[in-house]
Design a protein around this ligand. Sequence first.
Ligand SMILES: NC(=O)c1ccc[n+]([C@@H]2O[C@H](COP(=O)([O-])OP(=O)(O)OC[C@H]3O[C@@H](n4cnc5c(N)ncnc54)[C@H](OP(=O)(O)O)[C@@H]3O)[C@@H](O)[C@H]2O)c1
Length: 263
Amino acid sequence: MGEQEKPLALVTGSSAGIGLELARLFVADGFETIVCGSNPKVHSVAEQLSTDGSVVAVQSDLTTAEGAEEVISAVDGRPLDALVLNAGIAIGGAFLDVPLDRHLQLVEININSTLRLCHGLLPAMIARGRGKLLLVSSLSAITPTPYESIYGPSKSFMTSFGHGLREELRGTGVEVTILHPGATATDFHIRAGMGSTRFGDNSWKNDPAEVARQGYEALKSGVTSLVGGDEETQAAGRELRAMNDEDKARRQAAMSRPDRSSS
Ligand SMILES: NC(=O)c1ccc[n+]([C@@H]2O[C@H](COP(=O)([O-])OP(=O)(O)OC[C@H]3O[C@@H](n4cnc5c(N)ncnc54)[C@H](OP(=O)(O)O)[C@@H]3O)[C@@H](O)[C@H]2O)c1
């Protein structure tokens, strides 16, 4: 197989965490892979992952329309075989204690960049009649998330959007898979300023490589929606679906309220 015949994948938020592990899987599977992040570190990640120059880095800030355009431009109109929208942030703290601008930044990356990248990149995949879209949502999509107040709603958006899109794309050859990781041992919650909560401790969380593997296999086999994580996480997902929102909010608050952690 010649170089140009390699399948093409793009993974946002692939300079760290779950996205990095997903990018590793694409590279190992012989994909030309575009890795993305807002920090210069993404360039060294591309170098580390690449054995033959087939990993390309895009450094751009997905809280801006320009940043999403830079990602779209890097694809240069080529149809992607796999598009993984994984970049995302959370912000810890009570809704009114967090400046509005920070909440709006979260909306930009978790919601608006999803729309921008889907709108910009799906048409070429549909025109070719094949491709896979993986949306990395969260188990938080199915629970209110007090003290991380906009995060859960932003992931509910992603999940609902993904299911709707999957239906609209039926028959086009482009399939949508939605991954709902449970808590995963990355720097995500520390970056969110949640170090003083139960989420600040990574020891009880899922392995990002395992969560990525589950998402990757689901993407390949066209699964619609899955929970990412170990058996306990799968059981937590089933339990959440059976609970009412008021109880879920109370339970979540006990985990996410600043300065009241695991005890
Ligand atoms: N960790 C969890 O417990 C957990 C649970 C459920 C769902 N998830 C979801 O899984 C996804 C990945 O999370 P993770 O735990 O792997 O997070 P992570 O380790 O913090 O990695 C986040 C990635 O997103 C990129 N990113 C952050 N802000 C960005 C911006 N403004 N523009 C472009 N890229 C940006 C980061 O790159 P730069 O630093 O270079 O910007 C990094 O590559 C997220 O969507 C998250 O909501 C995580």
